[in-house]
Write a protein that binds this ligand. Structure first.
Ligand code: HEM
Length: 485
């Protein structure tokens, strides 16, 4: 927009004075007829929309995904159809628990929400920088988040709430071990990996099904902050991560990630040693080795943070032909939660905004109107079937059906041969160097020791004891020592 010409009201009329409001006489009260003033104050009052209920704090950038390997044996998605093919993307990074204005350098998972603007519609992969998660059923998510956010009475995050919930939810042990380890506070958004985390379905032109997990391995190398470094940085430069990302892109230092997938043939799923749809578990690489399939580069900064980052929307339910959901109970809950959040937070026409609408095709729906509808469909008929050349259904589902068995009920996800809540947390601990173990225990003990009740501390420690005896023993000693001070 040009900066030339007169300042105007929203209706375009010139504004005579933007320094002094209009009064009844010199020194008198302000007049209602000063519409430039009233409009300006009213617009200002409405500048904020509700912040995201989680992942409120974030930074985004546009980029390019380039396919480097033929994957057509596993999926018929067109954007994944030809080596060398490029797709425009938009990636939003975030922290989870903090509010919009909170500091970047904190111990928290990082969101890694990626939109591919494909020729078959937008494909969103709404992941984190961690391959697993704290819980495995969507019904626990609001309770979990309540413990991470501000307590209704104190208005602060409370160690009691956090450790009470984690202690009583042993399936969180793996993710908590990860979070309090070295990777829990990335040095920048460029120096960390991203993961799709859930298992998704890929299906090929022959209708064969594969289960897939996505990994985005940073080409910048992994770099982290210690707790002390992060505490200092949060105070001195709360915007450290978003500034680093913007400045790197401005300098032409485009961050990139090598994109990998783990592929499981559908027939393996029933007998795999871990439930492949359990979000608290990884598929060890020895079982399903990651395969390089592409490169993701971020190369363009948004020009307006509110329009392009705050109003951006990502949904795990945004699939394209050849890609679909798995029966992971967390993912199934998320398929509902995001669209619902967008309709509340940004509005029913959020999909029409430049950052959110398809860029490589167009949306052709019969939905119309609602707040801030821009009239894009002109006079086209708004029903289907119609005989006026309107868009028609294809009859081709995006994904293949999944076999189910048994009666409806509030079932736990099935347990496979080696499934328990602790095995992979123990494996992760045993993989760490002695130094890493020391820092992990110090980080955990520092937080657990803040709880007000011994039983909450003991239950929390007991989960790590079950993951690994040495882990539990050392953590117990460290917590006791801090609590006795
Ligand atoms: C059932 C569990 C979950 C529910 C109900 C849930 C719900 C939500 C909601 C309501 C939002 C805000 C959306 C918005 O206002 O635009 C959000 C954001 C987000 N969630 Fe989840 N979430 C769940 C689990 C997860 C998991 C497992 C991951 C990662 C593996 C994840 C990653 C994200 C990310 C990255 C964002 C930020 C998206 C953005 O940048 O706009 N969530 N979640």
């Amino acid at each position: 927009m040009t900066s030339q010409g007169p300042l105007t009201t929203e209706a375009g009329a010139p504004v005579a004075d933007n320094q002094n409001s209009e009064t009844a006489g010199v020194g008198g009260p302000v007049l209602v007829q000063d519409q430039a003033l009233l409009e300006k104050l009213a617009h200002f009052n409405r500048e904020r929309i509700p912040e995201r209920v989680v992942h409120a704090r974030g930074a985004g950038a546009y980029g390019t995904f380039t396919l480097t390997r033929d994957v057509s044996q596993w999926t018929r998605a067109k954007f994944l159809s030809e080596v060398g093919k490029q797709t425009e993307t938009f990636l939003r990074f975030s922290t989870v628990a903090g509010n919009l204005g909170s500091a970047d350098a904190v111990r928290d998972p990082r969101g890694f929400a990626l939109k591919f603007y494909t020729e078959e519609g937008n494909y969103d992969l709404v992941g984190n920088n961690t391959p697993v998660f704290f819980i495995k059923d969507a019904i626990k998510f609001p309770d979990f988040i309540h413990t991470q956010k501000r307590d209704p009475y104190t208005g602060s995050q409370e160690a009691d709430n956090v450790w009470d919930f984690w202690g009583l939810s042993p399936e969180s042990t793996h993710q908590v071990t990860w979070l309090f380890g070295d990777r829990g506070i990335p040095a920048t958004l460029r120096h960390m990996n991203g993961y799709g985390s859930h298992t998704y379905q890929w299906n090929n032109a022959q209708g064969e099904v594969f289960w897939v997990k996505y990994h985005f391995k940073t080409d910048q190398g992994i770099k982290n902050l210690t707790t002390d470094e992060a505490n200092q940085l949060s105070g001195m430069d709360p915007d450290s991560h978003q500034r680093d990302l913007r400045e790197a892109i401005e300098r032409g230092e485009f961050p990139s990630w090598t994109v990998q997938v783990q592929i499981m043939p559908a027939a393996d799923a029933a007998t795999y040693r871990f439930n492949p749809f359990d979000l608290t578990k990884v598929w060890p690489h020895a079982d399903y080795p990651p395969i390089d399939i592409g490169k993701l580069e971020l190369n363009r900064n948004p020009q307006n943070i509110f329009a392009e980052v705050e109003q951006s929307i990502f949904s795990p339910a945004h699939f394209v032909p050849g890609i679909g959901p798995s029966p992971d109970k967390m993912l199934q809950g998320r398929l509902f939660a995001y669209g619902d959040a967008h309709r509340y937070r940004v509005g029913i026409n959020a999909d029409h905004l430049p950052v959110n609408r398809p860029h490589a095709t167009e949306a052709r729906t019969n939905s119309r109107d609602g707040y801030l509808y821009d009239g894009r469909h002109n006079g086209a008929k708004n029903y289907e079937p119609n005989s006026f050349g309107g868009p028609a259904q294809t009859g081709v589902p995006l994904w293949q059906p999944v076999q189910v068995a048994g009666a409806t009920g509030n079932h736990e996800a099935p347990s496979h041969a080696e499934d328990d809540d602790f095995v992979q947390a123990g494996n992760l601990y045993r993989l760490m160097s002695e130094d890493e173990k020391g820092r992990l225990i110090e980080n955990l003990a520092g937080f657990i020791s803040k709880v007000s009740r011994d039983d909450i501390a003991e239950r929390a420690v007991n989960n790590f004891r079950q993951a690994d005896g040495d882990f539990g023993k050392r953590l117990d000693a460290a917590v006791q020592e801090l609590r006795s001070k």
